[in-house]
Design a protein around this ligand. Structure first.
Ligand code: SF4
Length: 723
């Protein structure tokens, strides 16, 4: 007898709406129970094959986010930052922004900087990019634009596809892997659904190897833990490749047929002996050799990473080394093989119909490259044409050089903020537009660990005067006469989100078989569709598949749609030449950190930052119960806590030349003795847990010519007990 669990609330409800949680790459199916237009309970959708009814705390706390008492519920306007805000209608606020732009910015459209995050939804990025191109500014900084991503730049040069993240094997195929190497990721904490697939594979005999600078929950489940010093992961991977070449554990057939640049790569690996990697990383050379043998002898093996491995922006070298390891072992294209990065953005093409479209000398659309450069210039106080900013969610808590940026922002003539809460970005704004949460509006869920795209349904009416970000951009397009090429924008600027989504999907060759109706979990099997997906590729590939569409990328005999090639590089092969990547940021990201206790002053620690599952980066606010607070910040080792004379909940001061921050301590052996780890999504205006962002203590690190993206390293801070 098969028992199907069916989750129902004890509270009364009058309807249930199925939707999708967009808060991380897992893309869990949700059942939202509604009573009199109010969401009363959220459970996982048992019919969604990805999460099978489970949810993590973030999904469960979506109601807390929805009904947070500090949420912004009406547009706000003021002339100067010193003035109090006054409430306005959306029409008044949009008229004000349109008039101000026409009066003060039209003569120099490049003086406007636009920052677009996925946290405000797909339509925010799509329409914000299109609007910016019509307006005529090249300073459009967007996470969806592949030019903005180190990962995408490396993927394009090595594999020929331009995409920010990529899963080469479908999730249900992961159990076919004989060995998994997880690099700088902690899915047990950040992506519990993906971690379930890893544990399933482990139960079936897959060997689990974890390389990380942190003592993570995932690491505790590993057969072989490769605990390294922060920033040395790349050296360890190259040393493994060195062993694979030295012990002839590479796949000669695959290399001959599908790889170019192998000699250059092999020569790079010669510099990274296991001994050298041991000295850099602190991992015993026997363990490096053992891990390499696991990857070389167990076929297929796979590598799992993230565009933010180890909580840091992943440098080009790390992504390069991950792809290279799977290429030399010949696992790319095998079920259970290849590189599988958590949290992928699909390759959606966003072009403007305007003649003002801006292209660079290689005839590529210009956007994030210059957008990032402008942002850095603002932050560093360098000469820069920017006088106005439109941005969303919580950019200030996610940027380095926080204090300098805040000073630069005070000089801006116009800052428009789209978001949910009165956070740090709100306090720097002249005009504020309150956004709906994902439970109050529909839209594409476009960031998924499984290379799948999904759909979120509107479950309840929007609170107050909140609206989706699409209505901001549509309203501005209508007022500035940019909307006529776009049939999904109504006369007054309101946007049909379904029509808009269809419009952009149909213009992207790799997604043209996908429609909102096929994704809707109320009408279609929950879980979405994997890309590439042309119209005839959207069925379930086999009875075990959880999600429709292609299971694997680069399968033998297959082609990337529209290219006629398995690997659409100029040569039709994977390019392992390090010279093609070495100009990218982080390629030589080998941070020379002395071992613990060697040359360190007693009050100096290495500050690392990253996201944790309990944070809600979409909100910028930590909509969490008060009692969890102390477990979330300034993690230090018990030995260091004793030296500083602090215990759980005491406050410590972290300081360097860029700024300082005070935070409560969590004493834990999850961090090294020489590390202090602070989550990145903090905000000094958070109603529950006000805290300075640790990002203010970092500096911008060298920028990349290819994509203009900054990467985050580690930084030294002085630490003492706060007085
Ligand atoms: S695992 Fe991710 S998608 Fe699932 S409920 Fe949590 S945040 Fe949402």
């Amino acid at each position: 007898m098969r028992i199907q669990k069916k989750q129902l609330p004890v509270r009364p409800f009058d309807r249930v709406v199925k939707t999708t949680c967009p808060s991380c790459g897992a893309g869990c199916g949700l059942k939202v129970f509604v009573k009199d237009g109010r969401a009363v309970e959220i459970y996982g959708d048992e019919e969604n094959q990805l999460n099978k009814g489970s949810l993590c705390p973030r999904g469960l706390m979506a109601l807390s986010h929805l009904y947070q008492e500090k949420r912004l519920l009406a547009p706000l306007m003021r002339e100067r930052l010193s003035d109090p805000f006054r409430e306005a209608t959306w029409g008044e606020a949009l008229d004000h922004v349109a008039q101000k732009l026409q009066k003060s910015f039209q003569a120099s459209p490049e003086s406007l900087y636009i920052r677009l995050s996925p946290y405000a939804g797909f339509g925010n990025i799509a329409l914000g990019t299109v609007w910016g191109k019509h307006w005529g500014t090249p300073h459009i900084d967007s996470d969806l634009n592949p030019e903005s991503s180190v990962v995408s730049t490396v993927m394009r040069r090595m594999l020929g596809i331009e995409v920010n993240g990529c899963a080469m094997s479908a999730r249900h195929e992961w159990s076919a892997s004989q060995a998994m190497l997880l690099v700088g990721v902690d899915p047990a904490t950040t992506d519990p659904v993906a971690f379930g697939a890893i544990l399933d594979a482990k139960d079936r005999g897959t060997r689990i190897l974890v390389l990380d600078s942190r003592n993570t929950t995932t690491m505790r489940k590993a057969h072989l833990s490769l605990k390294c010093r922060a920033g040395t992961e790349q050296a360890v991977l190259l040393a493994m490749a060195n062993v694979l070449f030295g012990e002839n554990l590479v796949c000669e057939d695959f290399l001959k047929q599908w790889v170019v640049g192998m000699e250059d790569f092999q020569s790079l690996c010669r510099e990274y002996s296991p001994e050298m990697a041991e000295n850099l990383s602190g991992i015993r050379r026997e363990n490096i050799v053992e891990a390499a043998r696991d990857l070389g002898k167990k076929f297929p093996s796979m590598v799992i990473g993230h565009s933010r491995s180890g909580g840091q922006e992943t440098g080009a070298g790390l992504i390069f080394a991950m792809i290279a390891l799977t290429a030399i072992t010949g696992t790319i294209g095998c079920p259970g093989g290849g590189v599988n990065l958590l949290n992928n953005f699909p390759p959606i093409e966003i072009k403007s119909e305007s003649s003002k479209e801006i292209r660079n000398s290689e005839n590529r659309l210009v956007g994030a490259k210059n957008g990032s450069a402008a942002w850095r210039a603002i932050a560093e106080g360098r000469p820069c044409p920017i006088r106005g900013i439109i941005w969303d969610t919580d950019p200030l808590t996610f940027c380095p050089e926080g204090r300098k940026v805040a000073e630069a922002l005070r000089k801006m003539e116009l800052i428009v903020y789209l978001g949910h809460y009165p956070n740090a970005a709100y306090h720097q704004a002249h005009v504020v537009f309150p956004l709906t949460t994902f439970l109050e509006s529909e839209g594409l869920v476009f960031s998924g660990t499984g290379r799948n795209i999904q759909w979120a349904n509107r479950t309840i009416p929007a609170r107050g005067r909140t609206r989706p970000a699409e209505d901001f951009w549509g309203g501005l397009m209508a007022r500035l006469n940019f909307s006529s090429p776009y049939p999904f924008i109504r006369e007054k600027g309101e946007v049909s989100i379904r029509e808009m989504t269809r419009y952009f999907l149909q213009r992207s060759p790799l997604l043209a078989g996908i429609t909102p109706e096929l994704l809707d979990p109320e009408k279609s099997p929950a879980g979405g569709i994997q890309w590439p997906a042309s119209a005839d590729e959207i069925d379930f590939p086999n009875h075990r598949a959880a999600v429709r569409g292609r299971e694997g990328l680069f399968r033998p005999g297959s082609q990337i749609p529209g290219t006629g090639k398995r690997f659409p590089t100029p040569t039709g092969k994977i390019d392992l030449s390090p010279a093609k990547i070495s100009a990218q940021p982080g390629f030589h990201n080998l941070i020379k950190i002395p071992p613990s206790g060697n040359g360190f002053k007693t009050n100096q620690l290495i500050l690392l930052t990253g996201e944790i599952v309990d944070s809600l980066p979409a909100a910028g606010f930590w909509a969490i119960p008060q009692q969890f607070q102390i477990s979330l910040f300034a993690q230090i080792h018990p030995k260091k806590a004793r030296e500083l004379g602090v215990q759980n909940g005491d406050r410590i001061l972290l300081e360097n030349k860029r700024g300082k921050m005070e935070a409560p301590v969590w004493v834990t052996d999850q961090v090294e003795e020489n590390i202090v780890f602070c989550p990145s999504g903090a905000d000094p205006f958070d109603p529950k847990f006000p805290s300075a962002t640790p990002r203010g203590l970092f500096e911008f690190v060298p920028e990349d010519d290819g994509c203009g993206r900054k990467i985050m390293g580690s930084t030294l801070v002085k630490v003492r007990k706060a007085s």
